[in-house]
Design a protein around this ligand. Sequence first.
Ligand SMILES: Nc1ncnc2c1ncn2[C@@H]1O[C@H](COP(=O)(O)OP(=O)(O)OP(=O)(O)O)[C@@H](O)[C@H]1O
Ligand SMILES: [Mg+2]
Length: 188
Amino acid sequence: MIEPPSMLERPQSLTLRLPHRGATRRLGRALGTVVRAGDLLLLRGDLGAGKTFLTRALARGLGVPASVRVTSPTFELVHELPGRVPLIHVDLYRLDDPGELVELGLRERIGADAVVVVEWGERMVDELGRDHLGIELGLDPSDPGGSVRVCSLHSHGPVSADLLSRLLARYFPGPQGLTPKPRADRDS
Ligand SMILES: Nc1ncnc2c1ncn2[C@@H]1O[C@H](COP(=O)(O)OP(=O)(O)OP(=O)(O)O)[C@@H](O)[C@H]1O
Ligand SMILES: [Mg+2]
């Protein structure tokens, strides 16, 4: 009889406390290392929560060279960056009409040859793709310094569940997948 996958092998959600920017960088880098062409990540969180910051670290983990600046696609809406596989970084904050997504040419790229990371994409989830890794970043209201973030990751389908499993293995590389990696959080 084939055993169903355990929760550890098939996590559906994960919540992390990111006490400083280095911790967010570490998460982003780990994500960038494990993402594959076809993966879709939708980032949620208020203005200044750290969506672009996380994406920048993801880009580095994906192999986008340090000489390539990773900036917010606030006005262009879409940036394509060269990595191990192309990274398409989107910011839909200024997009009101889901119909405009067609003009951005995103549909052809999602689930195809690139990794697609969308800030403010949750409200257009039906148009973008149901199987996605949702990543929510929020400030910790009990932190007076304003540097602590709480990050929740949720998979929504088999492709993103696989991605979350790979992230877990990378981020917590202990034998049970539970031992945090003892290393500095200062990679940039
Ligand atoms: N733990 C942390 N993780 C991420 N960013 C942090 C952290 N602590 C402080 N910051 C700061 O928070 C800011 C996050 O800005 P960022 O542009 O990434 O936000 P955003 O969510 O993309 O906002 P927007 O919705 O405007 O696009 C940066 O200035 C970053 O230095
Ligand atoms: Mg941003």
